[in-house]
Write a protein that binds this ligand. Structure first.
Ligand SMILES: NC(=O)c1ccc[n+]([C@@H]2O[C@H](COP(=O)([O-])OP(=O)(O)OC[C@H]3O[C@@H](n4cnc5c(N)ncnc54)[C@H](O)[C@@H]3O)[C@@H](O)[C@H]2O)c1
Length: 357
């Protein structure tokens, strides 16, 4: 099915604004070389808007995005002026849950040895994709507190796992493996301790694996996965796990690829495949905001992921190769070994991407 070329652009807060400004410049530069015919729809949502008129995610905006857009490109949400993060929760969870973007897909690929923190491994050892369940688990918010503030206080957060929810993220991981010529999928849980919820993951994983005969299904406890990610990342191709574990292991993954400034992600409804939400893995980093310090490469790689999703072939790899070249030439921000600011780094990247297209 052809996807809509309308893209909702939502910079959000902090460095989200800085990096999305650059991401849009990259899109405009690509469009000059390879016409994309995208219709960019800039959404005025985030902490500023919330503080101005208490708007988070209006129902009409959500519905228009749902009905007319092929993708959402998001910067980051989170602002110290809104300590309760009400706007961030409404917007992020509004899209994730409302559009049933159940597959949070995070590419963990280290682009150059300079970025690899593992002393005995080359960058090529770090190249896998994490499928994090994005709509269930402890993030559903089921729970409560009783006798709050007393010595007898009880605090509970329930871990919600449904057969449907577990099965669809497992299927997305297997389908991705099959489509991309991968031969192995690791499923990470804690079924030795969480006997009820994660036994469901374990059982569903091996049942589903029978439908994918060419793909080896390996179970791993999440604590052991953290060890393998450092000791033998070359054995990992596709990892699928629940919402909470996925959140944690993908930050470890970001460290393996050179830091949060280098990590892209997509939030996808794998069955319907649209609209999907793309965002750099990092947050709004308030101390860096507005200072021309944020690394724009995670958002550039996110643009590549989004364009691939929208059906534009060859651009994602041109961006990835150009990011690698920029890092090697030290035409990048300080967090990845350069001395340039946000804008100048993107200028260099745009020049390289334009040469490649
Ligand atoms: N999806 C999202 O929008 C999202 C994700 C994570 C955190 N947040 C929010 O962001 C705010 C800050 O959270 P945090 O500090 O825990 O995480 P963060 O990702 O904003 O920052 C963590 C660290 O990484 C560095 N960093 C992050 N992105 C960078 C970049 N592009 N270039 C250079 N350095 C970069 C920061 O300086 C900081 O040291 C909070 O309000 C949090 O809730 C939002």
């Amino acid at each position: 099915m052809t996807k809509s070329k309308r893209v909702a652009v939502l910079p959000g807060d902090g460095i989200g604004v800085d990096v999305l400004r650059e991401a849009v410049r990259l899109l405009e530069a690509i469009d000059k070389k390879r016409p994309l015919s995208l219709d960019l729809w800039h959404l005025d949502l985030g902490a500023d808007r919330y503080l101005r008129d208490k708007t988070t995610l209006p129902k009409e905006t959500f519905e228009e995005v749902r009905d007319t857009c092929g993708a959402i490109l998001l910067g980051a949400l989170g602002d110290p002026r809104v300590p309760g993060l009400e706007h961030a929760r409404d917007i992020l969870f509004g899209f994730r849950f409302g559009l049933e973007l159940y597959a949070n897909v995070r590419t963990v690929k280290c682009l150059h040895d300079k970025l690899c923190p593992l002393k005995a491994k080359p960058a090529s050892a770090v190249n896998f994709t994490v499928f994090r369940e994005n709509t269930e688990g402890v993030y559903v918010g089921v729970g409560g507190q009783v006798r709050k503030g007393t010595p007898d206080e009880i605090a509970i957060n329930e871990d919600i796992n449904t057969r449907k929810g577990v099965e669809r993220i497992l299927r997305a991981a297997f389908d991705f493996a099959k489509e991309h010529g991968k031969t192995r999928v690791h499923m990470a849980d804690k079924s030795n301790a969480m006997k009820h919820a994660h036994e469901l993951w374990y059982r569903a994983f091996f049942e589903l694996a029978k439908e994918y005969p060419g793909i080896e299904a390996r179970h791993v406890y999440v604590d052991a996965l953290c060890l393998y990610m450092i000791q033998e990342p070359e054995n990992l191709q596709v990892i699928v796990t629940n919402n909470l574990f996925g959140d944690i292991v993908t930050d470890l993954g970001a460290a393996l690829q050179g830091g949060l400034g280098m990590a892209p992600s997509g939030n996808i409804n794998w069955a319907r495949r649209g609209p999907a939400l793309f965002e750099p893995v990092h947050g709004s980093a308030p101390p860096l905001a507005g200072k021309d310090l944020a690394n724009p490469f995670a958002s550039a790689l996110t643009v590549g992921m989004m364009l691939d999703y929208l059906g534009y072939a060859g651009i994602e790899s041109a961006i990835e190769d150009s990011v690698r070249d920029c890092v090697v030439a030290e035409e990048c921000t300080r967090d990845v070994g350069g001395s340039l600011g946000t804008r100048a780094s993107m200028d260099k990247l745009i020049a390289r991407v334009s040469d490649r297209l």
